[in-house]
Write a protein that binds this ligand. Structure first.
Ligand code: SAM
Length: 389
């Protein structure tokens, strides 16, 4: 299964909405026509170039035609780097605010399943486009949107006013929701989440829904999760499809913390061999990699490829100093495994892979998540068949 991104998929770059009509539900057509994305973009934007994966700066002053084309294209557009610390036209290090890919926005609004009279909370206002679409459909007084970055909040407010739309835009930490506006019928998160805050559950009426990109720290991947809130205040629901979002500011993974795990490689690590191949660890957009994250909790994983013939897969425990690394060399049938610390991470990865294969390699949509006071539990096919994540 390929991921839809804030980023997106190749060959889907035609002017919106022609490219992805399948994502645009009939009840949203008028709002998308009345609330164009261009109204919410600054003069300097960074458009995602699908073939190269690069962010390309486009200035409205220098290239007005290119700017308009980018605004109308089915591509994600970065609007802020490095939490606003980056200046200049070249891309910064970490994209921290964006206007998501239009087909992703349309697909999420379709899956949110709103009806007239519903109250909606959005977390991650960004440009304000999504909040504007919701306000056009439901009325401004039914929509609250929370944004953590002060400058981004201000820009969104200005754009919304200019567009004649008036949702409530709050500057704050959306991980706490916005209790003043509760109860909500729907909560939509437009950032990647690792832990669903209980505040969101408490602010949604029973039977209401929370739609959020969710994933584990095992990878950057997110899967779109649709939780329904139950009478007892817990929530459960299935994963719908792979997506990829920038993460909630307070739930980002700081990779620097792992520097201390491996002061010297391989140090005192135990050495063994494996038959698992690099391909079997799953690609960036694979369900398999996502599922491995569900089965190997509290583990961060990254693959370094210093040259074409070698790749090193790293695994770091989030709770102890345990780590594992596997060196894959072209033509080597049994790659070398290094494991250090009390947690044998590679053994867990192999075991997770065996489990997935034994289950018949289930697709993402057979998995789901339950969230409650006792934490988060992933499940396969049935919430009764669950384990902590
Ligand atoms: C992908 S952008 C949202 C796109 C937006 N919905 C739009 O229509 O343009 C993600 C946004 O989430 C914001 N964000 C990150 N963490 C947040 C938090 N804890 N609370 C509220 N907003 C947050 C970021 O600053 C960023 O603007």
């Amino acid at each position: 299964m390929k991921a839809d991104r804030e980023g997106g998929c190749a060959n889907d770059e035609l002017a919106w909405p022609r490219a992805s009509a399948g994502h645009l539900a009939p009840e949203w057509v008028d709002s998308f026509a009345a609330v164009p994305r261009a109204l919410f973009l600054s003069d300097l934007i960074w458009a995602h170039d699908m073939p190269t994966g690069r962010s390309v700066p486009v200035s409205r002053d220098v290239d007005p035609v290119g700017w308009q084309r980018a605004a109308e294209a089915n591509v994600p557009i970065v609007t802020q780097w490095d939490d606003g610390q980056h200046a200049g036209t070249s891309p910064g290090t970490v994209p921290t605010s964006s206007a998501s890919m239009p087909s992703v926005v349309a697909g999420m609004l379709r899956d949110l399943d709103v009806r007239e009279g519903m109250r909606v909370l959005e977390v991650g206002t960004g440009t304000g486009w999504n909040a504007g679409l919701l306000a056009h459909r439901l009325g401004g007084d039914q929509v609250v949107s929370v944004e953590i970055d002060a400058a981004v909040t201000e820009r969104a407010r200005t754009a919304l006013t200019r567009a004649g739309l008036d949702p409530e835009v709050v500057h704050g930490d959306g991980a706490r929701g916005w209790p003043k506006g509760a109860p909500y019928d729907r909560v939509i998160i437009t950032a990647g989440v690792r832990t669903v805050p209980l505040d969101w559950l408490q602010q949604v009426r029973p039977g209401g829904a929370i739609l959020t990109p969710w994933g584990t720290h095992y990878s950057d991947q997110d899967a779109l999760l649709r939780l329904t809130v139950r009478e007892d205040g817990s929530a459960a629901g299935p994963f719908l499809r792979m997506v990829e979002f920038m993460k909630l500011r307070n739930q980002r993974l700081d990779w620097n913390r792992f520097r201390e795990h491996v002061p010297q490689f391989p140090g005192d690590a135990d050495v063994s061999r494996t038959r698992l191949t690099l391909a079997e660890l799953g690609d960036r957009y694979d369900t398999l990699r996502f599922v491995m994250g569900l089965r190997v909790p509290d583990c961060a994983h990254v693959v370094n490829q210093p040259d074409t013939g070698t790749a090193k897969a790293w695994f770091f425990d989030l709770l102890s100093r345990s780590w594992a690394a596997v060196v894959f060399r072209d033509g080597e049938p049994e790659p070398t495994v290094y494991q250090s610390g009390p947690r044998r991470l590679w053994d867990e990865v192999e075991s997770a892979h065996r489990w997935w294969t034994a289950c018949g390699s289930p697709d993402l949509t057979r998995f789901g998540l339950t969230v409650g006071r006792d934490g988060q539990r992933a499940w396969l096919d049935d919430p009764g068949n669950s384990w902590p994540v």
